[in-house]
Structure formats: structure tokens, C-alpha cells
Design a protein around this ligand. Structure first.
Ligand code: ZN
Length: 159
């Protein structure tokens, strides 16, 4: 396994649509392992392949309940509403308030190309939406209500 470089906002690869994964090759397996390692190293809850410069429809997520790998994910159902802070490893040092559904059902393949369906609420629902957006070249900064904020803004206010 190896750490991959996380692309940051302004990099064209983050605006492109990723392609479906047709088969699990050793190369794609390695990509998934690297994405997990890169996500954990960066203390992220999710990472999408375009964020490491690869235009494949692969997402890794861990909201604290163990790793989830989604290959070719499709959100099939959403319900409810949540509003809260969101950040992105490709937009370091920033966060913003984003509205998302509170419950999301996603159909995908796992790292062995086995079909799976995952239902997530709250942070997991948010992460699924956020990461799936990356596969379509979309960043959360375009969904932010109000201003994008610096992560240390609140601390500076107290000083
Ligand atoms: Zn992101």
C-alpha cells in the first residue's frame, strides 16, 4: 500500500465525471487499499478516487464504524433533511454549512465486485452524498449555505 497525493480544489480532475469500474483488476484493488490508507492518514471520513487523481467510480468511507468501499455507487433513495458543517480533504482548512438528506440508501459493489446495499443516516448519509458527488465532478463548496469558513475561525474569535 502507498499514500496517494490528495488533489485540491482548482485541480481539473476534481471537476470531471468518473468512469464505471468494469472489473476488479490488481491495479484497482491496489487503488482501493491506497485510498483507505490515504483517507486514514488524512483523518478523513471519506475519499473518492478522483481526489487522488483517478477517474473511477470508487469511494471509501469510515465514519467510525469501520471501512466501507463503494464501487459504482448509485443513491437509490433519500429522505429527511439535515443541516450541518461539512469539509473536504480537497478543500483543506475550510468548512461550510450544507443541507443533505438525513437518510440515504446506496446500491454499489464492494471491493470483490459483490453487490451490496447500504443504508446510512446522519454522518454516514452525509458522507455518502458528499463522496458520490465527487464522482460527478461536484464539490460541496457549491452547496454551501452562506460563506465557506476557515476551520480556525471560531478560535480566533475568542482571542
Ligand atoms: Zn470531498
Amino acid at each position: 500500500m502507498a499514500l496517494r497525493i490528495i488533489r485540491e480544489i482548482g485541480d481539473e480532475v476534481l471537476t470531471k465525471t468518473a468512469k464505471e469500474v468494469k472489473e476488479m483488476t490488481p491495479r484497482t484493488s491496489r487503488l482501493i487499499a491506497d485510498m483507505l490508507e490515504t483517507m486514514y492518514e488524512a483523518n478523513g471520513v471519506g475519499l473518492a478516487a478522483p481526489q487522488v487523481g483517478i477517474l473511477k467510480r470508487i469511494v471509501t468511507i469510515d465514519v467510525g464504524d469501520g471501512p466501507i468501499v463503494l464501487v459504482n455507487p448509485v443513491i437509490t433513495e433519500t429522505s429527511g433533511h439535515q443541516i450541518g458543517p461539512e469539509g473536504c480533504l480537497s478543500v483543506p482548512g475550510k468548512h461550510g454549512i450544507v443541507a443533505r438528506p438525513n437518510e440515504v440508501t446506496v446500491r454499489a459493489l464492494d471491493e470483490h465486485m459483490q453487490e451490496r446495499e447500504i443504508r446510512g443516516t446522519e454522518l454516514l448519509a452525509r458522507a455518502i452524498c458528499h463522496e458520490c458527488d465527487h464522482l460527478d465532478g461536484k464539490l460541496y463548496v457549491d452547496l454551501v449555505e452562506g460563506e465557506l469558513m476557515d476551520d480556525d475561525a471560531e478560535e480566533t474569535e475568542d482571542e
